[in-house]
Design a protein around this ligand. Structure first.
Ligand code: FAD
Length: 385
């Protein structure tokens, strides 16, 4: 083996590859053809979540005792990579399975796990995470949403915005400030069953530049009462540490998606430049095209090696916050730059939404901002210098 990416390749087994084939089929046959309709609707229907649940594509890592398959992390990587490679941005399965469910798996009480996790693997519950507020998303210590202890529960007041799956979700992991015994504030996370509570309102499904097939919503809490058992893990004040720990995996998964998008962008662009002609020759026959694609291919390979390294570190329990920040920053900068270059090689068609590359350009720009803006990633890395 001479290829460095092959040398560092992840330990995929036949079982993983069978799973990959069925995931690819699901995205290509059941999600890609629906993207235009879901863009018009502003979200995917609940039926596709149920379908994903039936096929074992929701929360594959959840332990068997809670209704999952107890699969390893590579199954989650495969699912997200195949979804990104297919070009289907919706439904946001990975947010549900790799961001929301792990809060329960890692920090939930036995009761919280047995209540929510089987329903998340079946698609009866769809998950969302509410951190960002209108006053700011980067500075998570300064949340304004409050949870006041009241008898045998909490009363929550505040507002969130930009919440992915915010219209669809009926399980919200909500970050709010609780009051410490000394009167100070600390962040706690709450599991809000939105079908069960009063004082919860959904606002607009926000109109976005891209990812129009995914719902992104404002959420309002007006004297919303939740039972004591809604406090994740049952202890107040652990929310900030829980968020910081889980953001490592969220950032790793953002990079997995970036890699899938890069693979897809290069594949459609290489096909295009081999077909399209200008000045009597194929676009690929211009040296500039080959040089640009050579640069993109090199950047993609470097990203693959770095990503696979970080996946291995994560699986060994060794991926730290700074490395995850480096990866998220690097992967999403490469994704956005490579997709932009691919648009250029498509000429005017690269700007027409009938062409997948145009859609990828619009859908992908947010990657440098969400999951922590890339400037915040540099701050995290900078603190280790
Ligand atoms: C489509 C979409 C989906 C999203 N999904 C979710 C979700 O499901 N749940 C959720 O909680 N949030 C979600 N978000 C919110 C997202 O995580 C935030 O937008 C992001 O964290 C940035 O927060 P902000 O928008 O408040 O920007 P601000 O915090 O106001 O920052 C604005 C800009 O200031 C700069 N900046 C900020 N801090 C620093 C710093 N320390 N150093 C240098 N520069 C800095 C950066 O350039 C940053 O982009 C989503 C956003 C979008 C658009």
């Amino acid at each position: 083996m001479t290829d460095i990416a092959q040398q560092t390749a992840l330990p995929y087994t036949d079982e993983h590859e069978i799973f990959r084939t069925s995931a690819r089929r699901f995205f290509e046959e059941e999600c890609v053809p629906q993207q235009a309709a879901w863009r018009d609707a502003g979200m995917a229907p609940r039926s596709i979540w149920k379908r994903a649940g039936e096929l074992g594509f929701l929360c594959p890592r959840v332990p068997e005792e809670y209704g999952g398959a107890g699969a390893d992390f590579l199954f989650s990587v495969i699912l997200l990579e195949e979804q990104a490679r297919s070009g289907a941005v919706s439904p946001m399965l990975s947010l549900h399975s790799d961001v929301v469910a792990p809060y329960l798996v890692h920090y939930g009480t036995a009761e919280q796990k047995s209540h929510f996790l089987p329903r998340m693997t079946s698609g009866d519950y769809v998950g969302a995470i509410g951190m960002t507020e209108p006053s700011g998303g980067s500075d998570l210590k300064n949340l304004r949403t409050t949870a006041r202890r009241d008898g045998d529960g909490y009363v929550i007041n505040g507002q969130k915005t930009f919440i992915s799956n915010g219209i669809t979700a009926n399980l919200l992991v909500l970050a709010a400030q609780t009051t410490k015994p000394d009167g100070g504030r600390s962040v706690s996370l709450f599991l809000v069953d939105t079908d069960e509570v009063k004082g919860f309102k959904r606002g607009r499904n926000l109109k976005k530049l891209g990812q129009k097939a995914c719902d992104t919503a404002e959420l309002f809490f007006e004297d919303m009462r939740v039972p004591e058992g809604a406090l994740l893990g049952g202890t107040e004040g652990r929310g900030f540490a829980q968020l910081m720990n889980r953001l490592v995996e969220e950032r790793l998964m953002t990079a997995v998606a970036a890699m899938g998008i890069v693979d897809h962008a290069l594949a459609v662009t290489i096909d295009y430049v081999k077909e399209r002609k200008a000045f009597g020759q194929r676009i690929i026959d211009f040296q500039n095209t080959r040089f640009k694609l050579a640069e993109c291919k090199t950047e993609a390979k470097v990203l693959r090696v770095f990503l696979d390294h970080c996946i291995r570190e994560f699986m060994a329990g060794e991926l730290d916050a700074a490395m995850a920040a480096m990866l998220k920053y690097w992967a999403t900068e490469q994704q956005v730059a490579i997709v932009d270059q691919c648009v250029q090689l498509h000429g005017g068609y690269g700007y027409i939404l009938d062409y997948p590359i145009a859609q990828m350009w619009a859908d992908g720009r947010i990657a440098r901002i969400y999951g922590g803006a890339n400037e915040v990633m540099k701050d995290i890395i900078g603190r280790t210098i």
